[in-house]
Write a protein that binds this ligand. Structure first.
Ligand SMILES: NC(=O)c1ccc[n+]([C@@H]2O[C@H](COP(=O)([O-])OP(=O)(O)OC[C@H]3O[C@@H](n4cnc5c(N)ncnc54)[C@H](OP(=O)(O)O)[C@@H]3O)[C@@H](O)[C@H]2O)c1
Length: 357
């Protein structure tokens, strides 16, 4: 397939600066890379925060976006696991240590083949684009067994002996309607956890139950009310607490719900006071990191990406619900504004970069 030398991409031009769609070169593949024509890219909770708060990114201009899906159009030297024309999903590249990366808010993405999965025929590009960051974030924090990984270290349900292994253990997912919260619900269901208690807006109850929640509690309840209900449902505090929200004051609730010796997983760095209190009670706080390309995630990425097509095809893992924004890459800025204003509920916003004017 012909690959152009130039493409359109959405750039954040400077720290807390302007978003601009403009031309840029298509990155040539190194050995081991593939070039993908991006048919769908999904928006995440982090992109508006980078623009509004000036956090995480150290080098501008930058193209953000951590989720994508599309068609392989070129193979780098030595790639044998994919062919031109394959439908694939992939993450944007993000290096937390240097604060640099290249995202999926563009038309052609160049990515090492080892961090890509094929999309089964029953899954659309739009649905597939909701998967990579969310499933990695949930999976790595619960199941990564690599030395010093920030993880609860359970045996993954896609590995031999993992499916149903934790029957009788309880789990809480705070914010089950977030993109990665939906994948966390599905993964702990595959692991056999029960009860699985989540918080969210009650209009998402059926959705959250379809992903595996056994109990849905209104996120508007006070921490004391949620704690009382969780204690009653689970018969005490719980072994695994996954805080998919972490901003806006969920840390104390997550800490209170975690059993002594249990694991509390958080998406933002927890305050020192929370970490210290957890340690006193024998609880461990892990800061979730869902990027495939981070070295500590390489081995678990390998096994997950190998099984992901099968998990998606069978429906064991279902993509997020999605909504397409019009205007291709030009639609992203309005979508991020809606996310910032808490106007997106239980749905992942997606653009089709090839529709960019
Ligand atoms: N560290 C990492 O590797 C990593 C990876 C991915 C994401 N993240 C972070 O995780 C967070 C979520 O990101 P996302 O893109 O998956 O989700 P998202 O789509 O931004 O989440 C939106 C959902 O959050 C829910 N929510 C908001 N406040 C809540 C609260 N107090 N209690 C319960 N639910 C609440 C809402 O649920 P209802 O509509 O049901 O009310 C809403 O549907 C972001 O802060 C993001 O930066 C971190």
């Amino acid at each position: 397939m012909p690959v152009p030398s130039l493409q359109k991409a959405l750039f954040l031009e400077a720290k807390q600066g302007q978003w601009v769609v403009r031309s840029t070169e298509v990155v040539r593949p190194e050995p081991g890379d593939i070039v993908v024509k991006v048919e769908a890219a999904a928006l995440g909770g982090v992109e508006w925060k980078i623009q509004a708060w000036g956090v995480l990114v150290k080098k501008y201009p930058v193209t953000l976006g951590l989720d994508g899906a599309g068609t392989v159009v070129e193979l780098g030297e030595g790639v044998t696991t994919f062919a031109v024309g394959d439908r694939v999903l992939f993450q944007g590249n993000w290096d937390a240590a240097t604060g640099t990366g290249t995202g999926t808010f563009l038309q052609y993405f160049t990515v090492p083949a080892q961090f890509v999965a094929k999309i089964p025929d029953n899954i659309s590009f739009e649905a597939a684009s909701t998967v990579p960051l969310g499933v990695g974030t949930a999976a790595f924090s619960i199941y990564n067994q690599a030395d010093s990984a920030p993880s609860a270290r359970y045996l993954a349900p896609w590995l031999p002996g993992g499916r149903g292994k934790y029957a009788g253990k309880s789990a809480v997912i705070l914010g089950g309607s977030t993109s990665h919260g939906q994948y966390a619900l599905q993964l702990v269901r595959l692991s056999g956890f029960s009860p699985i208690i989540t918080t969210g807006s009650l209009h998402n109850t059926d959705l959250l139950k379809s992903f595996g929640a056994t109990h849905v509690l209104d996120r508007k309840l006070s921490d004391e009310e949620i704690e009382a209900q969780v204690t009653q449902i689970a018969g005490g505090s719980v072994d695994l607490v996954y805080d998919a929200v972490s901003v806006g004051g969920t840390f104390p609730l997550a800490l209170a719900l975690t059993a002594p010796g249990g694991n509390m997983l958080v998406v933002q760095v927890a305050p020192d006071k929370i970490v210290e209190e957890a340690r006193k009670d024998g609880k461990t706080v892990h800061k979730i990191h869902g990027v495939f390309r981070t070295p500590i995630n390489h081995e678990i990425s390998r096994t997950l990406l190998a099984k992901l097509p099968e998990l998606l095809e069978s429906g064991d893992i279902k993509p997020n619900r999605w909504e397409v924004l019009p205007g291709g890459l030009n639609g992203i800025v309005g979508g991020l504004e809606r996310m910032k204003n808490d106007q997106v509920s239980g749905v992942k916003l997606v653009v089709r970069p090839q529709e960019t004017d």
